[in-house]
Design a binder for this molecule. Structure first.
Ligand code: F6P
Length: 552
């Protein structure tokens, strides 16, 4: 296998990090700031107007030097270059992972396994954007001649999370475009609740599925088709459906008109597909210009990732700080807290990106991974999270590293609210870092007029350990370009971590077993008379219990 990590060098780098942890671990971050007036500026990396601040992590220049040594031992540069050259880095599926080609506006060739895909990408994007434009400007009509007022994207995983997250994030850029809806769950409630109140004569469905075989998406697509046929007749299907897939043969069987079908390629992984025709729903939501700005933002991060030295490379730094926390300190989870309500779905998007990519236990060569891999990614927007789970972040027994995301300026929102939002974001990261000692807590209580005994009794409850690590990503405003940048930063972060762990981040075979078992169980759950013989006892008992409940 080309560009393999040097296991001995990786072990040595990890051992050095462990030893260094004993050295630096007892130092308070507040003291690191006190001893180093330049820390806030130096422990920051920039991509023009985007700032990545990691000064509140308990790291020093020595920590970083050890982390860069680990990166070298993992042969990071060779692996990054192989990825960017469009080589078949997805070793198990023997294909490239060249989503960068979809946002490459440099004019240079974009190679996928040696073939320049620039023209293919451009022409499919042009078709997709032209169609999106027709939906937006009303040129495209439903079967009864009415303008499309609502668009429902039917997809799941990467065929849902990307467009759904991004359409919400960029909702102020909608202009006169139609309202956007997203149905993903095979739970019929998702479709029923989405369609309640929609006029089907003014509704366009997009069936988004890379494989066009995904059970949930196919069930939802058939349900939507039946609704259209019932309301407008069989001939209306062609006017009310569009599709995005790599399997054009399967799409044709569904009855979508060929000029409403948009393709992409197997070298685009599902969780990286927002940059492909899967972005159709987003392009309809925000229009061609905004959609292209979104792609360009990601392309700028690709250039930064390829060219910036590791010391100033934001995705590399994000990845290494994650490794420091996951592999050296043992933190099992990582929170992403956008102080940006419109990024409400961003943590869910990152869950797929990070955990479907790096939630693995074997190396690229199939041996057990010697280290912990993907942490649990979770989060909710601030300030809401402050009134829910922040108690645990500040005083819980486990340390949870946090990424705070915040804009300098609001988009289509009250500026005074934004000042408050911004203050909250900084206050939380500062509180996590500073903490409060027992003595400080006691002094505070005394100052509030409590007697000595009461102050001593309550003080332990008011102690904050502090030194809880966080990074802050500060951007000018949440516009299409910035959103593209944020996603691409995390994509490359995930890739760098996969290099250190020596795993293939581009397959997802962990989702297969459950799918297989479901395929066997579905006939049993849909037939109340079906025999339960041969099923796992626990499964059979629950099906029997359901049958009793369903009958009562
Ligand atoms: O089950 C996981 C997965 O394969 C994801 O990787 C993918 O994004 C999702 O299912 C949807 O797949 P498709 O686009 O083929 O319907």
């Amino acid at each position: 296998m080309s560009e393999s990590a040097d296991p001995a060098a990786v072990s040595a780098a990890l051992a050095a990090l462990e030893a260094h942890r004993l050295d630096v671990g007892h130092r308070r971050v507040a003291d690191l700031f006190a001893q180093d007036p330049g820390r806030a500026e130096r422990f920051q990396a920039r991509l023009d107007d985007l700032v990545f601040d990691y000064s509140k992590h308990g790291v020093t220049e020595t920590t970083l030097a050890h982390l860069f040594a680990l990166l070298r031992a993992a042969r990071f540069e060779a692996r990054r270059d192989a990825l960017m050259r469009g080589e078949a880095v997805n070793l198990t599926e023997r294909r490239a992972a060249m989503h960068m080609a979809l946002r490459d506006f440099t004019g240079g060739p974009a190679l996928v396994e040696g073939r320049d895909v620039t023209q293919d990408v451009r022409s499919e994007r042009a078709r997709m954007l032209a169609f999106a434009g027709q939906v937006r400007d009303g040129a495209l009509r439903g079967a009864t001649g009415e303008r499309i007022s609502d668009v429902v994207n039917i997809g799941i995983g990467g065929s849902d999370l990307g467009p759904a997250m991004a359409a919400r994030a960029l909702s102020p850029f909608r202009g006169d475009g139609p309202r956007m809806h997203f149905v993903s769950n095979v739970d019929g409630a998702d479709m029923a609740d989405t369609l309640a109140g929609l006029d089907l004569a003014r509704t366009l469905f997009i069936v988004s599925s890379k494989t066009f075989t995904t059970q949930e998406t196919m069930a939802n697509a058939q349900a939507a088709r039946a609704r259209i046929v019932a309301r407008l007749g069989e001939t209306a299907v062609g006017e009310h459906f569009s599709a995005v897939s790599t399997r054009l043969d399967l799409v044709a069987r569904f009855g979508v008109k060929p000029d409403r079908v948009f393709g992409f390629w197997v070298w685009v992984g599902g969780r990286y597909s927002i940059w492909s025709s899967i972005g159709l729903a987003l392009a309809i939501a925000v229009g061609a210009k905004n959609y292209e700005d979104f792609l360009r933002g990601a392309g700028e991060v690709d250039a930064h990732f390829r060219e910036a030295p590791v010391e100033a490379n934001i995705p590399v730094l994000m990845a290494l700080l994650g490794i420091w926390r996951r592999n050296v300190w043992g933190d099992a989870t990582h929170a992403v807290i956008p102080y940006d309500q419109r990024l409400a779905r961003f943590p869910a998007y990152l869950q797929q990106l990070d955990m479907e990519s790096n939630g693995k236990s074997v190396t690229r060569a199939g041996a057990p991974v010697a280290m912990a891999t993907a942490p649990v990614i979770w989060g909710e927007p601030g300030t809401n999270g402050q009134h829910a789970f922040f108690q645990m972040l500040h005083q819980g027994a486990d340390v949870v590293p946090v990424d705070f995301l915040v804009a300098a300026q609001p988009v289509a929102a009250d500026a005074r609210h934004h000042d408050l939002l911004f203050a909250n974001c900084l206050a939380q990261s500062e509180a996590l870092m500073r903490g409060r000692t027992l003595e400080e807590a006691r002094d505070l209580l005394r100052a509030q007029g409590l007697d000595e005994a009461e102050a001593a009794r309550l003080a332990p409850h008011k102690v904050f350990a502090g030194d809880r690590p966080s990074s802050t990503l500060l951007y000018r405003r949440l516009d299409p370009r910035t959103l593209g940048r944020l996603i691409a930063l995390y994509e490359h972060k995930v890739f760098v971590q996969s290099v250190v762990w020596d795993i293939n981040p581009f397959d997802q075979w962990g989702v297969e077993l459950g799918k297989e078992l479901c395929g066997r169980l579905a006939p049993v759950t849909s037939d109340p008379q079906a025999s339960l013989a041969g099923l796992e006892p626990a499964t059979a008992a629950l099906i029997a219990a359901r049958r009793r409940l369903a009958a009562s």
